[in-house]
Design a protein. Structure first.
Length: 202
């Protein structure tokens, strides 16, 4: 499945987020409005209903607990309302042969050229997400997760840990960086491709 264009928030697409898990997880939240938000919300609710019916048919009873779809209503600082969808991907999985396979989301620009960590992708960028809605039924409950495959960045907002306005400095006479003398950036540390995501998703 591929979303409509929205606002990407808290993207961990080149290095996994390890705040709650030492192994980490690749994750991004996408804020949508209007018809794209309503359509995706409706599609996911229908998918969950179908899953619940399948579980009921298979087990002979309805699930005791249905967990919410990873989406919520949010309002930004300007008072604008969105539906925010959360997508994630584990950094590795075990193959059918028991081998551990590393993976990460594919990230593309508007022309479907691969992006690397040096792009400094930050919150507020605009783009689309390609994902699989994956059903589950465990002892904790029944539900669906939004497994990230790839992200297409259509408008980049860079994260640089701060900017000149917040640094406390003022413009002065002196040294000016010459781009021609800058050493080439190191290759991204994350080289394991996500097996299922590719440019054809967009």
């Amino acid at each position: 499945m591929t979303t409509g264009r929205g606002i990407l928030m808290f993207p961990y697409l080149f290095s996994p987020d390890t705040k709650f898990d030492s192994v980490g997880v690749y994750t991004v939240q996408l804020r949508l409005q209007g018809d794209p938000a309503a359509k995706l919300k409706g599609d996911l609710e229908s998918f969950l209903d179908e899953h619940i019916n399948e579980v009921t048919t298979t087990t002979g009873k309805k699930p005791e607990k249905v967990l919410p779809i990873p989406m919520k209503n949010v309002t930004d600082d300007a008072g604008v309302s969105f539906i925010e969808f959360r997508f994630k991907m584990k950094p590795s999985f075990k193959s059918k042969t028991g081998e551990q396979v590393d993976q990460r989301p594919q990230v593309f620009d508007s022309k479907l050229q691969p992006l690397t960590e040096e792009s400094c992708l930050g919150s507020g960028s605009e783009g689309k997400c390609s994902f699989d809605a994956v059903p589950y039924n465990t002892s904790f409950g029944c539900g669906i997760t939004l497994r990230l495959r790839a992200v297409q960045v259509l408008d980049l907002v860079q994260y640089n840990g701060g900017n000149s306005a917040s640094s406390g400095f003022e413009i002065e006479e002196g040294f000016v960086e010459d781009e021609s003398k800058v050493a080439p950036a190191a290759a991204t540390k994350q080289e394991a491709p996500q097996a299922e995501g590719n440019a054809s998703d967009f």
